[in-house]
Design a protein around this ligand. Sequence first.
Ligand SMILES: Cc1cc2nc3c(=O)[nH]c(=O)nc-3n(C[C@H](O)[C@H](O)[C@H](O)COP(=O)(O)OP(=O)(O)OC[C@H]3O[C@@H](n4cnc5c(N)ncnc54)[C@H](O)[C@@H]3O)c2cc1C
Length: 389
Amino acid sequence: MMLSFDNTERAFAHKSNLDLAKAYRLFQTFSYPFLVSQGPKLANFALILGLPIKGIIKKTIFHQFCGGESIAESASSAKELYENGIGAILDYSVEGEGSPEDFKDTYEELVRVINESANKPEYPFAVFKCTGISDFSSLEKKSNQEELSETESREYVVFKERLRSLCELASVKKTKLLIDAEETWIQKAIDDGAYENMSIFNRDEAVVYNTVQLYRKGRIEEIANQIKVARDQGYKLGFKLVRGAYMEKETARASELGYKNPIQDSKEDTDRDYDAALQLCFDNKDVVSIMAGTHNETSSYKLAQLLEENNIDKSDDRFWFAQLYGMSDHISFNLAHAGFNVAKYLPYGPVKEVLPYLSRRAQENSSVKGQAGRELSLINDEIKRRKSK
Ligand SMILES: Cc1cc2nc3c(=O)[nH]c(=O)nc-3n(C[C@H](O)[C@H](O)[C@H](O)COP(=O)(O)OP(=O)(O)OC[C@H]3O[C@@H](n4cnc5c(N)ncnc54)[C@H](O)[C@@H]3O)c2cc1C
């Protein structure tokens, strides 16, 4: 196949020399464990004290991984992506304290995101996390089929209403809506809500997408089961397939509470199931739409290959690739150039509120062997290529 992720000229065409040098320095700093572990805490403290560091954060790590502090401020990053054939998924990345007011504020912001995304090809999807609009403990109790207190029950009803109205709005506005996956001990309640809404709003095509984490054991059976139910009841499924982001937390909790770790025994097992899930969904494409949410080159090739070998139009709306803004541009930009549907999560929110998100990106990029090493060497290749011209 002609597709290659090696073309750094294409991957970084949207970055000036200065931007590339800044990105290189940033990814290099992620190799200092002290900065990665303490940086966000110090930054938060400094912001609370009113020290003038917001500008520095905004020009560095925030600039790399976020679109802006608001939807309006993120528009120029979305435009730049769109000019390169890539959609943006506005991701309101504020992690509140978890009060009913926070849930209401986040819900209202999500309504704005869906309205903003409506009829705009530059925003093909909207996204949210259920913990942004619901109390964590009621999702946990619901997942365990435990009794909710009176207050929790009332709030849970509000959560379900808001979930329903977000899905309905997405359906009316013709914006596809992704529901992120979270910790296993709250996921059952999220899944139930997602499939319930799919059965209502995905009658003709996938509008609501649920996320499946293939680092969990037994997810292939779960996907197969959902396909059977959707076929029987006559609705379409949207699946965002990811490996999963909470591995350490899951493993630590399972060991602390003494239950069997729900995470696969090895990275190879996760990789095997991820690619098997792509295949299974592809084989059932008459009812399933797929988003491959991954920075893994092999899995991205796999889906691209499936489409090419089966003569499926690359712009068929049932197949999407997605990466996070500021990461794996070599995958996103080369896939888009080859004509595939690609979108990037574009996180946004006030600098102070998105620090936890930025902290996770720093941690994820801190192992020089892994993602950071790859980003650094790609940026380095492109800097060298430009110098040698
Ligand atoms: C667009 C997009 C949306 C996302 N949405 C979500 C979401 O809703 N929920 C969510 O949880 N995550 C989400 N993620 C994050 C995702 O789950 C992964 O953490 C991240 O993308 C890294 O995995 P990878 O497929 O890119 O590839 P790789 O870098 O090849 O894989 C790394 C992943 O493999 C798994 N892994 C690593 N070591 C082991 C091991 N020893 N045993 C078993 N498994 C192992 C872990 O999941 C790890 O994150 C999203 C990512 C993207 C790009």
